[in-house]
Ligand binder design. Structure first.
Ligand SMILES: Nc1ncnc2c1ncn2[C@@H]1O[C@H](COP(=O)(O)OP(=O)(O)OP(=O)(O)O)[C@@H](O)[C@H]1O
Ligand SMILES: [Mg+2]
Length: 403
């Protein structure tokens, strides 16, 4: 999608509920028709449980991302949504229609669910040209030749591939194949587009570009997207809401900022972004959410962020966590003042990554942490630094051993 698509006419679909236009730009309005609803879904293969007790809802015009490590059940959940797999237990509704409910002997086949799918491998048929690939879903739906030609042209235009219709499927770059796959997913005007790690085979720059273009396209068409990735920055950048999956279950779902700033479980905390986790002991509790914690680094600090220790007793072990961008780093003058509430250490490595330095710091205890430093200041490997942890940025967790 190298150039901005000029044809902004939605494909053969009505303007979605909950979306309006404003000077040609799609505007999303609050709530919201429910497009997909999975309730209490379980999928068992032989003796292994791929998806367990999963409930999720996806609303019109939003991008919901399933995020989680390899093998946690993301693809299986997508395949269940579109009907390429049957649930072992639970119920799935597409819009208001029950499409899968084993206990009620209900199953609606994929061709009768109005969903487009973009596979991780793109699944471009090599024996067809670009036109044939994109036209396929329309042919399956027995649309007339004229309509097929028009809709394929519109879809190719939308993904920036105008004039590529005659190009053989084998003579496309990775990015072009990706666009063909998106055009094929969109061409019949589905109510829901399912995308399984669609950008994972692209190089970093193209991946970033495709992400913004997908978001732009999705906003223009007002289409709903169920997106799958194991890449947390992709999920944060692209999604209206994220559901973090772990071992077949959804651990937590919410908007990206909510998940990033207020993770409810250690799995979500550690999967989304980076965290510095310091072991310590709870020394005292004051009113509200604040606690005094002694870190094993020998430093006493206040923690006033979310408290997940469930009010563990005084002297209980705990973990104080903070995002690296919230740590205030400054040069250490002299030896530092004991008991001043900051950690001290030396810069081990300094990686210049364009907009900032990523610095590994070896703390006095030998623990190595990674923090970010502004690159318009002078830093040097070996330099002594102090690390201040703002109380309201520190979250407390039960120590792993105690969990
Ligand atoms: N057809 C199958 N038969 C048996 N087990 C399967 C089948 N499909 C998936 N599984 C298992 O179900 C679990 C979930 O697989 P799934 O493909 O949904 O994971 P995923 O989150 O998409 O992983 P990845 O990020 O690697 O694509 C895995 O343990 C996998 O081995
Ligand atoms: Mg997968």
């Amino acid at each position: 999608m190298n150039r901005a698509p000029t044809n902004l006419i939605p494909l053969n679909r009505a303007q979605p509920h909950g979306a309006g236009t404003n000077g040609g730009q799609a505007v999303r309005r609050a709530p919201k028709e429910r497009i997909l609803h999975m309730e209490g879904i379980q999928k068992v293969y032989g003796t292994s449980v791929a998806v367990e007790n999963t409930t999720l809802e996806l609303f019109a015009g939003e991008i919901l991302t399933l995020l989680g490590p390899s093998g946690c059940g993301k693809t299986t959940t997508l395949r269940l949504a579109i009907g390429l797999e049957r649930a072992t237990k639970g119920r799935i509704w597409f819009k208001d229609q029950l499409v899968d409910a084993p206990e009620d002997r209900v199953f609606v086949s994929p061709d009768k669910r109005d969903m487009g799918m973009v596979f991780q491998s793109y699944a471009i048929w090599p024996h067809m040209d670009v036109f044939g690939n994109v036209a396929y879903p329309l042919r399956v739906r027995r649309r007339k030749a004229d309509e097929i030609r028009q809709e394929v042209e519109k879809a190719l235009d939308l993904v920036g591939l105008t004039g590529f219709g005659n190009r053989p499927g084998t003579k496309l770059s990775g990015g072009q194949m990706q666009r063909v796959a998106v055009a094929r997913g969109l061409v019949f005007g589905p109510d829901l587009l399912l995308m399984d790690e669609p950008f994972s085979n692209l190089d970093a720059k193209l991946r970033d570009q495709m992400r913004s273009e997908l978001k732009l396209l999705q906003r223009r068409l007002g289409i709903s997207v169920l997106f799958v990735t194991h890449d947390q920055s992709e999920a944060l950048a692209l999604s209206d809401r994220i559901a973090v999956m772990q071992a077949g279950r959804i651990e937590q779902s919410g908007d990206p900022k909510e998940l990033y700033y207020y993770p409810q479980t250690t799995a979500v905390r550690d999967f989304l972004g980076r965290t510095l986790n310091f072991k310590g002991r709870i020394m005292a509790r004051s009113h509200g959410n604040s606690a005094t914690v002694e870190l094993t680094e020998g430093v006493i600090c206040e923690a006033a962020g979310a408290d997940h220790t469930q009010s563990s007793a005084i002297h209980s072990p705990c973990v104080a966590s903070i995002r690296p961008e919230h740590v205030k780093v400054s040069p250490l003058e002299g030896a530092g003042i004991p008991g001043s509430g900051y950690l001290t250490g030396n810069i081990l490595t300094l990686l210049f990554i364009g907009d900032r330095y990523e610095a590994s710091i070896c703390l006095k205890s030998g623990m190595i942490v990674t923090v970010f430093l502004p690159c318009d200041e002078n830093w040097a490997e070996g330099q002594a630094v102090k690390l201040q942890l703002p109380p309201d940025r520190i979250q407390l967790w039960k120590s792993e051993a105690a969990q």
